[in-house]
Each structure stands twice: as structure tokens, then as C-alpha cells.
Design a protein around this ligand. Structure first.
Ligand code: SAM
Length: 263
């Protein structure tokens, strides 16, 4: 597995590096939100889906198993792609799900390849969102869907909280209107935007339910190992722990949304 420690430059790189080592990523709302996204994007048998920023492949395998579609998962991180391939083999869906390393801004696919392009908690980490959407649109079939579940500021928080998120995660969340405007500006039709508040206990409960206990212990063991090995990651962890005083107010402002449009 490639060691991303030496490549890490931006806060998001370090965050994803932790996630790749742990083999865990997340999006708000868990698989319940994935079901809403799948419904809005008309995902079903016979469809070919692109999962952008697929992480360790949980959603891609879930969609193939539950909805009977074929899925191509792409991620910038080679380690994530390796984890995703292992998962597809373990879950017996390797004939329906394939993965490759690729950048959402420059996809290695022909025009109009996919019936739907989806992503969960990915665009917030990409600086040039309009350019990325235009690339996603290129690979979507006519009348196909582009649907994302992305974190959003339901209400704008104090600058200090925005800065903290940017410093530790490298993420720039938009407001629900900001996300919607992005979909409209990309020339997508029938744009729908649904917003949700994050209820932290519910979120933790769904994350625990979706994980196997040995998966979780293995993840934490690898996480602690990485902290020992990498001074850069220790610095990042220290920064993450030095939270602003008003951190607990975060959930007054923080939510997520499901944004869908048709090409
Ligand atoms: C927060 S994780 C979410 C992963 C997964 N979608 C989930 O819901 O668990 C974001 C993922 O997006 C990937 N990513 C970030 N920027 C990307 C880009 N430009 N192209 C492809 N993948 C990207 C990261 O490597 C990471 O695996």
C-alpha cells in the first residue's frame, strides 16, 4: 500500500490519510441517506453508476447488492481503492463493482458513459467545484442524474468555526442555496435540494450499526500505529484537538444536503 505520509501537504490530505489507514470514511446520514440519493438518482437494475470519491467502497458495494446495478468507484487515493477492491471481493460483488484511482476533475472515461454519477462527502473537499461538476456532467448520459450528499452550513457559523474546519479538514462547506446554485449554474435540469440537520447521536448510532466490531478495533489499532510512525500526523492530530471554545455550537450550524439534477 502506498505510504501517503510523505505526500501529505494539505490538511485534507492528512485527514484522508488517516481515513485510508483506518479504512473508514463517512458521510452524514449513513446508508439511510444513500437510499434517498439512490431513489432520487433512479438507481436500479441494469444501470451503470459512477461513485466519485468512493473511499473504501462501502456505498459502491451496497448499491450493487441492494439495487442490482453495476458500479465504477473512483478515488484519488490508491490506498482507498485497494481497500475498496478487497471489500468487493469479500462481499462477493467483484463482478459488478470495479474501482480505479482517478481525479474527479479529470476522469478517464468517455462522454456519456454513466446512467448516474453520485458522490458522498467529496465535493466539499475539492476547490474547483464548477470545473468538477462540468467534468461529471461530461461522463453522464443524456437525462442521467448527478446526485451528491454534501455537508452544508444550514446557518452560517462564526468565522472561527469555518476556519477550524478549513484548517483541519481542508473542507469548504457551502450553504444549501450555495450547493443548489452550483447545480443550476452547471446547466442541470430539475434540480432538487433537500437539507438535513446532523443529529450527532443518531449519526454515531448509524456509524456503529454499519460497522463490524472487529472492523472498528482494527481501524483504531492502525490509527494509533500511524500516530506513532508519523510526526506530521501527530502535528495534525494536535491541531485537530486544539478546538475553538465554541466547538460544541458547531451542530447548530452544521448539516448536510442531497443535491440532484439531470443532464
Ligand atoms: C470524506 S471521504 C468520503 C468517502 C465516501 N464517499 C464515503 O461516503 O464514505 C472523501 C473521499 O474523497 C476522495 N477525494 C477527495 N478529492 C478527490 C478527487 N479530486 N477525486 C477523487 N476522489 C477524491 C478522498 O480520497 C476520500 O476517499
Amino acid at each position: 500500500m502506498q505510504d501517503r505520509t510523505k505526500l501529505a501537504k494539505k490538511p485534507a490530505d492528512r485527514y484522508f490519510e488517516f481515513q485510508a489507514v483506518m479504512g473508514l470514511t463517512k458521510h452524514m446520514g449513513g446508508l439511510k441517506a444513500t437510499d434517498v440519493l439512490a431513489g432520487l438518482c433512479r438507481i436500479g437494475e441494469g444501470k451503470f453508476i459512477l461513485d466519485v470519491g468512493c473511499g473504501p467502497g462501502r456505498t459502491a458495494c451496497y448499491l450493487a447488492k441492494v439495487y442490482g446495478c453495476r458500479v465504477m468507484g473512483i478515488d484519488l487515493s490508491e490506498s482507498m481503492v485497494e481497500l475498496a477492491r478487497d471489500r468487493a471481493a469479500k462481499e462477493g460483488v467483484a463482478d459488478k463493482v470495479t474501482f480505479c484511482t482517478a481525479d474527479a476533475m479529470k476522469l478517464p472515461f468517455e462522454e456519456a458513459t454513466f446512467d448516474a454519477v453520485i458522490g458522498e462527502s467529496v465535493l466539499a473537499f475539492i476547490d474547483d467545484k464548477p470545473r468538477t461538476l462540468s467534468e461529471l456532467k461530461r461522463v453522464t448520459k443524456e437525462d442521467g442524474s448527478i446526485g451528491f450528499n454534501e455537508c452544508a452550513w444550514i446557518k452560517m457559523p462564526p468565522q472561527q468555526l469555518i476556519q477550524y474546519i478549513s484548517d483541519v479538514l481542508g473542507a469548504a462547506f457551502l450553504t444549501p442555496d450555495g450547493w443548489r446554485d452550483l447545480w443550476v449554474a452547471a446547466g442541470l435540469k430539475e434540480v432538487s435540494a433537500r437539507s438535513y440537520k446532523v443529529r450527532i447521536l443518531e449519526q454515531w448510532r448509524s456509524e456503529l450499526k454499519e460497522l463490524e466490531i472487529n472492523e472498528m478495533f482494527g481501524a483504531w489499532r492502525r490509527f494509533i500505529g500511524l500516530l506513532f510512525r508519523s510526526p506530521e500526523c501527530r502535528r495534525w492530530a494536535r491541531k485537530t484537538l486544539s478546538m475553538p471554545r465554541n466547538i460544541f455550537a458547531l451542530f447548530k450550524y452544521f448539516g448536510y444536503g442531497i443535491y440532484v439534477g439531470r443532464k
